[in-house]
Design a protein around this ligand. Structure first.
Ligand SMILES: Nc1ncnc2c1ncn2[C@@H]1O[C@H](COP(=O)(O)OP(=O)(O)O)[C@@H](O)[C@H]1O
Ligand SMILES: O=P([O-])([O-])O[C@@H]1[C@@H](O)[C@H](O)[C@@H](O)[C@H](O)[C@@H]1O
Length: 399
């Protein structure tokens, strides 16, 4: 792939931070030496920080499903499936002794820390009348909150990249700061930063948003590489201010996404999906995007992979199971598209612009997306992804 010409942005390291300087050397030594995987990766390790949770899906006042949730579950599911060979993952997540999904694929691969407090749990109430792709289609209520993740909970080693993906306020500002010190590049989901929880007394706290600028996270933005927000969250992020500090990606449901960086922006087209449950779309988007960077794509091209996995997520209830044929097809497409054995996460800069393979990549991934739709049509509604109870009304969740 030809390198994108203009906009490039230094990684989020503080030049006078000795810890970060050491990391730059270590990661470059480990990362670009050839031979590892398709994209030339050799032991590139990522760090995912955020807790698994219990999700209860409600419609018309009654529970229609209970599933494993938490961005860490959706994110590790996609990264494990879509990263190039040679990339590995450490997940720092906390749950209580009541955690119901220890044997589900993501937590079994990346076991959480057990705490005395109960597992974080959310009730997601779906409305029947989501007027547009950007309308809030669910109301979230945090019913239980597990312990926060403290800086001391993070492994004491360096990572090529990190994803801060809290859902219930568990990624503390000091934890994000520690991630920034440990990881060469940090990608953040805005929902980890701007959620507040009303009236925690009975029935848990309704999720609302606060302005990012008013939070202790704001000062860390210049050291963050990418900040992802849904269109509902974007006004609280303040895109015009934030884009001067890091690259901001706004996801727009079935319309795809937009990237905003200092000096440019791009719209990235979506993929077809038969939506049965929108939960986890944003999480899966962010992980698809990160895996695109790992493959060596520019940010705008990597967002295609974000849109692809966002679309795949809405096609299933809970954490999706990917068809191996579909995954193989995606990897073949990327192997063909990415000629250069490097990853932008390992380089000195990110590039943002759409490359000359963008449209071709979209077309090829669209064919792979059709495999997801076919898989969806072939499968019975109940999925084997650790659901407590299977849902018989899948298609009645709003699309
Ligand atoms: N109905 C859909 N059809 C196709 N892609 C979708 C659909 N819904 C979501 N996506 C993909 O998932 C991404 C994240 O979805 P979005 O609804 O914006 O986030 P969130 O789950 O955080 O609210 C979108 O940018 C898009 O790529
Ligand atoms: O749907 P999405 O915005 O990508 O992410 C969701 C979170 O917003 C929600 O709090 C959590 O309970 C879900 O399991 C999922 O992680």
């Amino acid at each position: 792939m030809a390198p994108s010409p203009a906009a490039a942005m230094p990684l989020a390291a503080e030049p006078d931070d000795p810890e970060v300087e050491v990391e730059v050397v270590v990661v470059e030594e480990r990362g670009v030496k050839g031979g590892g995987g398709v994209a030339g990766l050799d032991e590139v390790e990522g760090l995912v920080v955020g807790s698994y949770c219990h999700d209860v899906l409600l419609r018309g006042g009654r529970a229609v499903g209970e599933t494993l949730g938490g961005a860490a579950a959706f994110v590790s599911n996609v990264l494990d499936a879509a990263s190039p060979a040679g990339a590995s993952l450490a997940v720092v997540s906390k749950v209580g002794h009541d955690f119901a999904y220890a044997t589900a694929a993501a937590p079994a691969r990346h076991p959480p820390v057990l705490c005395a407090s109960p597992t974080t749990s959310f009730h997601a109430r779906f409305s029947d009348d989501a007027a547009s792709a950007h309308a809030p289609d669910r109301q979230l209520r945090r019913v239980h909150a597990c312990d926060p993740i403290y800086p001391a909970d993070l492994p004491d080693r360096r990572f090529a990249y990190g994803l801060a993906v809290g859902v219930a306020g568990e990624v503390l500002p000091e934890t994000l700061e520690r991630m920034i010190r440990l990881c060469r590049a940090v990608l953040v989901d805005a929902q980890a930063l701007i959620r507040a929880f009303d009236g925690e007394a009975k029935g848990g706290g309704a999720v609302r948003h606060v302005a990012l600028e008013a939070t202790p996270y704001a000062r860390l933005l210049p050291r963050v590489a990418f900040l992802k927000a849904s269109s509902e969250e974007a006004p609280y992020v303040g895109v015009e201010t934030a884009r001067r500090r890091c690259c901001v990606i706004v996801t727009e449901g079935r319309d795809g996404c937009r990237l905003y960086w200092d000096g440019g922006e791009a719209r990235v087209a979506p993929f077809p999906a038969v939506q049965v449950d929108p939960t986890g779309a944003g999480d899966s988007f962010l992980a698809g995007f990160a895996s695109g960077l790992l493959w060596g794509l520019s940010a705008t091209d990597a967002a295609l992979l974000g849109n692809f996995f966002g679309a795949a997520a809405v096609s299933q209830v809970g954490v999706p199971t990917f068809d191996p044929k579909m995954l193989q097809a995606v990897k073949q497409i990327l192997e063909k598209a990415v000629k250069r054995p490097c990853t932008h996460i390992n380089g000195n800069t990110f590039t943002f612009q759409r490359s000359n393979i963008h449209d071709e990549l979209h077309k090829s991934l669209q064919e792979a997306a059709m495999l997801v739709c076919e898989q969806k049509q072939a499968n019975s509604p109940a999925t084997d992804n650790g659901d407590i109870c299977s849902i018989n009304e899948l298609t009645s969740l709003p699309s």
